[in-house]
Design a protein around this ligand. Structure first.
Ligand SMILES: Cc1cc2nc3c(=O)[nH]c(=O)nc-3n(C[C@H](O)[C@H](O)[C@H](O)COP(=O)(O)O)c2cc1C
Length: 191
């Protein structure tokens, strides 16, 4: 079965982006995938420093995060836009996961992985600028980034009382993206 990992680029409690990725994760399940949803808050890792990596190796939480990426066929990421770009916590996790340990192949967490990108913001544009740089970053790491993407603007108005995405149009957009990721990852896996 096609395996999809889902996480957001936010460690904030009640993160909008975590709500968005959880909605997409449910849609990926509905599209037939086995889905693992994680929160980067459970994968706290130090700011990457090459000297410390050389001395102590890859920290346990960073290796655990990378291992999850390696074990899944596709990745759903919903990222906040911080000053037009991705938050440091997301880039730091991506950097750690790019580091090779033992006999792992180079970029094992990224090669042949299908990625679906989302952003959410209380602002009107939904963080659409972060999608541009995140797409470039993931493609440069050898991921196959799905053509579809979703920026959820005015996200605070699109939640129910439990904090889940309830806006029907947004749910449909997220479902279309999730299905595209699952279908692409399934095709790639069968080759
Ligand atoms: C340092 C910082 C920079 C931000 N820059 C932007 C921005 O460029 N565009 C935007 O739409 N929102 C920006 N925001 C607001 C975030 O969209 C908002 O905090 C959002 O709730 C973060 O996502 P989350 O709820 O998933 O944590 C910024 C917030 C912070 C803390």
């Amino acid at each position: 079965m096609t395996k999809i990992l889902a996480f957001s680029g936010s460690t904030r409690r009640n993160s909008y982006n975590q709500a968005v990725v959880e909605c997409a994760a449910q849609a990926a399940k509905d599209a037939g995938a086995e889905v693992t949803v994680i929160n980067l808050a459970d994968y706290a890792m130090p700011i990457f420093n090459e000297d410390e990596e050389a001395e102590y190796g890859i920290p346990e939480r960073a290796q655990a995060f990378k291992q999850l990426m390696i074990e899944h066929d596709g990745i759903l990421i919903a990222s906040p836009e911080y000053n037009s770009s991705y938050p440091a916590v997301l880039k730091n996790a991506i950097d750690w996961a790019s580091r090779k340990a033992g006999d792992e192949p180079v970029l094992a967490a990224y090669k042949q992985k299908v990625v679906g990108l989302m952003a959410a913001s209380p602002g009107a544009l939904g963080g659409m600028r972060v999608l541009v740089v995140l797409r470039m970053l993931m493609q440069n790491l050898s991921c196959i980034v799905a053509p579809a993407q979703v920026a959820v603007g005015n996200v605070a108005d699109k939640l129910d009382e439990s904090g889940a995405i309830s806006d029907e149009k947004t749910k449909k957009q997220l479902a279309n993206l999730a299905k595209q990721v699952v279908d692409l990852a399934t095709k790639l896996k069968s080759e």
